[in-house]
Design a protein around this ligand. Structure first.
Ligand code: ADP
Ligand code: MG
Ligand code: ZN
Length: 477
């Protein structure tokens, strides 16, 4: 039996206004080669100047993962040739990264957590993009020089599930900190998966392959599963040494297979050396202190929600799993919804109605509106069933007032004892035979009477009041 050993390298694009070593904008989707200047085009004699915002964002990240933030770090040149890398090297950090020795915790459904070590996080610049059109290739250098933070995990991950939980947690942290859009489709959060296998119980690490540039949780999961099988098969067939070599592989989303792209370079092959154009980065005390001012992160928020509102631990994990969801929930509470109902209406009712990749942030029904629906249930204005109709209607007609929709659909619950009393009397009179049976001991008929009242009121009768009145009348008559 084998186990997998996985270490992840994640590149996040920092959401600074300008590039890391020049003042070109970092905006996405502009016409090719419009956001460029002598520095990011690598024209001779142009000199890089470090973007302070990128450094500040890296510092916050370091604090968020409980890491060492080095007061002094170094920029190196990582030499390689690519058409979209006009300098012939990438400016990155090698011997001393800005952030080292951090951690994050992943949460399982059964309530357990696991620590995953983060080896380092370093600043670097992105390359441009090669665009291939049939026989012709184009190079767009708009992205060249975009600030990246590369976050390297320890090989602590043991399954595809853990890998995805790690990535989701990291994604959440980055979004809570607001240091990156972390938009996976646009490539501002992308991942290289390093994976090897070993016989269970074995302490040593075997040869890893690297699967490059994955940007979907589902594909990452499938790539890991495929690659694990491939390596296990090779071992069992006695061809492990030939088939599993240190290399870079690509995942084919059509076939679900990984295939070899190139042999994996050793760091020595990059001929790293300190960039003579850039001084060592020395952080001031002010920068380090400012970097500590980070918002409440998922783990702390989770603990607080459990403590303050008594919500279930796994519900708290779900609520805090994205900053949008957490803020939505907190807004509902602020508007006066109870925590218990806020959890259900957000995670079950609203999420169940968001289809086709629509996120909480894009929900047609905002937190104030959903909180109003919940409050109308809690006040007894509408039943839970009616509330679902109101929500359905608002999903189709965003922007309408909750109370107007309740009126329009005639869903207001009748709690007035006088009105209900008359209705109940009529039903009891019409069903005198059943009343007699009930009074002779056939108690399960109670549900029948409730059903009749609900039917007569078209579902608007307040069930609590109906129950109470029925009990009184049936025992009295
Ligand atoms: P490189 O830049 O050469 O890819 P890094 O040190 O940046 O090297 O990243 C190596 C990644 O591979 C880390 O995430 C590390 O945890 C992981 N890793 C190292 N050895 C193994 C192994 N035997 N099996 C799986 N992952 C590994
Ligand atoms: Mg790598
Ligand atoms: Zn530029």
């Amino acid at each position: 039996m084998f186990e997998m050993v996985i270490g992840l390298e994640v590149h996040i694009q920092l959401n600074t206004k300008t590039k890391i070593f020049c003042s070109c904008p970092t905006s996405f989707g502009d016409a090719p080669n419009t956001n460029v200047c002598p520095v990011c085009l690598a024209l001779p004699g142009a000199l890089p100047v470090l973007n302070e915002e990128a450094v500040r964002k890296a510092i916050s990240f370091g604090h968020a993962i409980n890491a060492t933030v080095h007061k002094k770090s170094i920029f190196n040149r990582k030499n390689y040739f690519y058409p979209d890398l006009p300098k012939g090297y990438q400016i990155s950090q090698f011997e001393i990264p800005i952030v080292e020795n951090g951690e994050l915790y992943i949460d399982f459904e059964d309530g357990k957590s696991k620590r995953i070590g983060i080896t380092r996080a370093h600043l670097e610049e992105d390359a441009g993009k090669n665009l291939h059109h049939g026989e012709v290739s184009h190079v767009d250098l708009n992205r060249a020089g975009t600030p990246l933070l590369e976050i390297v995990s320890e090989p602590d991950i043991r399954s595809a599930e853990e890998a995805v939980l790690y990535l989701k947690k990291l994604h959440a942290i980055v979004r809570y900190l607001d240091i990156s859009d972390a938009n996976m489709q646009e490539g501002s959060f992308r991942c290289d998966v390093n994976i090897s296998i070993r016989p269970k119980g074995d302490e040593k690490f075997y040869t890893r392959v690297e699967i490059k540039n994955m940007n979907s949780f589902r594909f990452i999961q499938r790539a890991i599963e495929y690659e694990f099988e491939r390596q296990c098969d090779a071992w069992e067939d006695g061809v492990y040494d030939e088939e599993v070599v240190q290399e870079t592989r690509l995942f084919n989303t059509q076939t679900g297979e990984t295939r070899s792209m190139r042999g994996k370079e050793d760091s020595a092959e990059y001929r790293y050396f300190p960039d003579p154009d850039l001084l060592p980065v020395i952080l001031t005390d002010e920068m380090i202190e400012e970097g500590k001012k980070i918002p409440e992160l998922p783990d702390e928020k989770k603990e607080r929600l459990i403590r303050e509102y008594g919500i279930k631990p796994y519900d708290a994990v779900i609520i805090t799993s994205s900053v949008e969801m957490a803020h939505y929930f907190e807004k509902m509470i602020e508007e006066g919804a109870s925590a218990k109902n806020a959890v259900t209406w957000l995670t079950v009712e609203l999420q169940g109605r968001l289809k086709g990749g629509v996120t909480i942030a894009e929900s047609p029904v905002d937190a104030v509106t959903l909180a109003t629906i919940v409050k109308r249930i809690e006040e007894g204005t509408i039943s839970g069933k009616a509330a679902k109709e109101v929500l359905d209607h608002l999903m189709e007609h965003p922007g309408k007032e909750v109370d107007a929709v309740i009126d329009e659909l005639g869903l207001k619950q009748v709690s007035d004892e006088g009105a209900l009393s008359a209705m109940i009397d009529e039903i009891l009179t019409q069903n005198a035979d059943k009343v007699e049976e009930y009074q002779n001991g056939k108690e399960k008929l109670f549900g029948f009477f409730v059903g009749q009242v609900m039917k007569a009121s078209k579902g608007t009768a307040n069930p609590g009041v109906v129950n109470k009145l029925l009990k009184e009348k049936l025992s009295a008559s």
